[in-house]
Each structure stands twice: as C-alpha cells, then as structure tokens.
Design a protein around this ligand. Structure first.
Ligand SMILES: Cc1cc2nc3c(=O)[nH]c(=O)nc-3n(C[C@H](O)[C@H](O)[C@H](O)COP(=O)(O)OP(=O)(O)OC[C@H]3O[C@@H](n4cnc5c(N)ncnc54)[C@H](O)[C@@H]3O)c2cc1C
Length: 405
C-alpha cells in the first residue's frame, strides 16, 4: 500500500521532505498556512551537505541556475578591514565535498522547490491551510485545520518552523529562548562602489559584540548583508520589525569603509530577534514527527539551520521507506540518527557567537591570531575545520544505516 504522508509547513524543510516523498513513491500532501509560497527578502547559504540532498531530490540543476558560488570564505576585522583568513570555496570546495557551496536568494530557492514539486506532484501542495493540531488514531494520524476540516494519513511530518504548532501539540507550550542577539538584514542593488569594496566571497566581518556577513547574489547584481548585534533584552512583541536607519548606523556605521558604505546605501533594513532552543530530547509521538526548525532551531552563525532541516527531510523519508509497517519505530530511528548531529550543530552555532564577537584586544588575539597563522602555514589543515559539517553525506549514510529501500 502506498504510504500517505501529511506534511505541515511549506518552508525549506517541508518542501524538501515532500520532494523526497515523491521520489520514494509516497502519496504526499503539504499543508501551508500562507496563501502563496513565499520567503523573506534575504540570502541563504546552502552548504555542500545540503546541496547534495538537493541533487538527490531532483532540484540540483534548477538550484544551480539561480545560485552563486563564492570564490572564498573569508574573515576580516570589521572595524579596520584587516584580513584574518581567506580559504578557498568555488570549484575547490565542489571537488572536495562532492557538491557546491551555494549562495541563493531565499525567494528563488523556495520558487525552485515549489516549481519542481508542482511539476512532479501537481496536487501535493495545499495553500491557505493552517494546521491547528493532530491526533494519533488506530490506523495512522489525523491532522486538523483552522477552517474546521481535517485529513487522515499514515504519517505526519511537522515542518512548521520555530513557532511550531505541532511541537506545542506534542510536548506542550514552551517558547523558544531569546539568544541575546538581534540581526539586521538588508539587500542592496550592485553599484560600482559596492563592487569595488565588497569581495566576491562569503565574508564575515567580526568585532566586539557584533559581526556581519556580506555576499553577492543573482550573478552579482544584489548584495546580501546580515549583521548580528548582542542586546541585553528584547522588548518588542514582534520578533521582526522595520529597523530605524539611525539604529543601523549606530550599530555598523562606524566600521571600516566597505561596511559603512553598505550602511549608507541601504534603503530598507529590517531587525530580527534571534531565538533558539536547547536540544529537545524527543521529536516524535506515535506516527508524527518534527523536522527542521520545529525541533532544533539554532543561531544562524554556522549558516546551517536550513541545511539541518534539509538533511532531516531526506533521512526521515529514507527511514519511512524501510518502515516495514512499523511507522513509530521508523520515526524513532530517524530521530536517533539525526539528534546527535543537530544537537552538535546547535551548540557549535552558539559557540561561534562568542568567537565572532570577541570583546577585548586580548580575546581577539587569542582567537584570531591562530586562525591567521594556521590559514597561512597549513591551509589544507585550516580548510578541514568544517569537514565534519560539509563532508557529511546523509544520502550515502541512509543506505549504510537503514539498508537499501
Ligand atoms: C538571519 C538568519 C540567517 C540564516 N542563514 C542561514 C543560512 O545561510 N543557511 C542555512 O542553512 N540556514 C540559515 N538560517 C536558518 C534558516 O533560515 C532556518 O533554519 C530555515 O528557514 C528553517 O526552515 P523550516 O522549513 O524548518 O522552517 P520555516 O522556514 O520557518 O518554514 C515553516 C513553514 O511552515 C509554515 N507554517 C507555520 N505554522 C504553520 C501552521 N500552523 N500551519 C501550516 N503552515 C504553517 C510557515 O508559513 C512556513 O512556510 C538563517 C536564519 C536566520 C534568522
């Protein structure tokens, strides 16, 4: 019998899971509360570990067409524009990791996922359906909606993001934690001045209690800026708001020429509060399970939140494909396989905040001098520092762990 999979949430994790279901031959439906698939106006980095899954679910070529591949990853001192390290990405990373390191506009990425899903399974995506809760039943699972309707399936995948309704339905109310960081986001059209000042790299500019990241998107026509600043408390009710320009200037306007030029040129900027959670002990309940930010929201400082959701999406579907009639066991197996890695990434992203925000000159010397030195003396050893993230191949590991489907 064809497995009937219900997915709550049409974000990056939910759509990837839907594509993996189509590939596995499941009957899949994705319920998204918005009336159209959409994403915020910002860039996203898709590391090789996630790009590999994109190839496996059949969107590799379409994603490549809308993505940029940076030549380097680099780090600079944001106040004085002093280079700390520059390591190769581009074709070097593609060869080393077996998949590219992509930079893409979020809207383009979501469009690609949605278009490929609509082409392969034209009826799978149900828009304007706000999930309110679920129930395990004798034959599977029942998913309820705000309009009073419900749908039955064999298995439910909750991919409804950091403020997940399904997480709350499973484990009770518990708000995510404010991490003490807010981020500025801005997208700017290319100008000759910005082209001269901002490198074609994924560039991290670090400084006391703040850092920012710049990279080019859409064939170098658009610059993406994200700047994180430590804040004691967050008093706004909303977790995202239009940011007053004078606050943006106060946070980054005094930095080196490239960054102050970005701040000057930015017309619209938004300010976000960053939330995360400690690793959660459980992700499943009977025939229902969570993936992505619904179960492991993290600080974005390793650029791996979406990548972890993408890996989850592949693994949960592979485990279901070998369920042999026992769906709860398959979901538990998925959680056992994913939990150590996502917890490690959640914790590493938090640790990265401290190393990106060194306050004192001594702290900066202790953290950045070894990076400066190792990247020059032993570049290949230095480049290997993220192998644990980027070399992980959940496509191959699923076969090794679960056997052939
Ligand atoms: C500043 C910043 C930069 C980042 N940069 C990166 C990066 O470079 N690389 C990276 O890998 N990650 C990055 N991340 C993390 C990444 O954005 C998230 O991890 C990722 O978007 C989570 O995807 P998701 O599908 O799990 O959840 P979401 O993207 O939140 O999607 C959830 C979906 O569910 C829908 N939904 C919610 N509730 C309901 C409901 N009740 N019923 C129906 N539908 C519902 C929502 O409308 C939405 O479409 C960044 C995050 C931030 C804040």
């Amino acid at each position: 019998m064809t497995l009937r999979v219900l997915i709550a949430g049409g974000g990056i994790a939910g759509l990837t899971a839907a594509l993996a279901c189509v590939k596995a031959g499941f009957n899949v439906q994705v319920f998204e509360r918005a009336d159209a698939l959409s994403e915020i106006g910002a860039g996203i980095q898709i590391g090789p570990n996630a790009a590999r899954v994109m190839n496996a679910v059949g969107v590799g070529d379409a994603l490549a067409k809308v993505s940029s591949v940076p030549d380097y990853q680099e780090m600079r001192l944001g106040q004085i524009n002093q280079n700390i390290f520059r390591s190769k990405l581009g074709t070097y990373a593609t060869q080393k990791y077996g998949a590219p390191y992509y930079l893409v506009h979020r809207a383009d990425f979501i469009d690609v996922l949605g278009d490929v899903l609509n082409a392969k399974a034209p009826d799978a995506l149900k828009l304007g359906k706000s999930v309110t809760g679920y129930e395990n039943t004798a034959n599977g699972v029942k998913l309820g909606f705000a309009d009073g309707s419900y749908v039955a399936g064999d298995v439910l995948i909750g991919a409804d993001g950091i403020h997940s309704t399904l997480r709350e339905a499973m484990f009770g109310p518990e708000k995510p934690r404010f991490t003490g960081n807010v981020v500025w986001r801005a997208m700017l059209p290319a100008t000759s001045e910005l082209k001269r000042l901002i490198p074609n790299s994924m560039c991290i500019w670090v400084g006391p209690e703040k850092h920012c990241v710049t990279y080019w998107l859409r064939d170098g026509k658009t610059l993406n800026f994200v700047g994180a600043v430590e804040r004691d408390g967050w008093t706004q009710e909303s977790w995202v708001e239009p940011g007053p320009k004078q606050d943006f200037v106060a946070d980054f306007g005094g930095w080196c020429e490239p960054i102050s030029a970005v701040v000057d040129a930015a017309k619209d900027c938004t300010r976000w509060a960053l939330f995360d959670r400690d690793p959660m002990p459980e992700w499943t309940d009977g025939n229902a399970a969570l993936i992505g930010d619904a179960c492991h929201p993290m600080l974005p400082f390793l650029a791996q939140g979406a990548a972890m959701g993408i890996e989850d999406a592949w693994v949960i579907v592979q485990s279901l494909a070998r369920a042999g009639g026992n769906i709860p066991a398959a979901l538990l197996r998925y959680k056992e396989m994913r939990h150590p890695r996502t917890s490690k990434v959640q914790n590493a992203a938090r640790a990265r905040m401290h190393s990106n925000h060194e306050r004192s000159l001594l702290g900066q010397l202790k953290t950045y001098a070894p990076m400066w030195w190792t990247s020059r003396i032993s570049p290949s050893r230095f480049d290997a520092r993220y192998d644990w993230l980027y070399k992980t191949d959940v496509v191959a590991e699923s076969v090794a762990n679960f056997g052939e489907a």
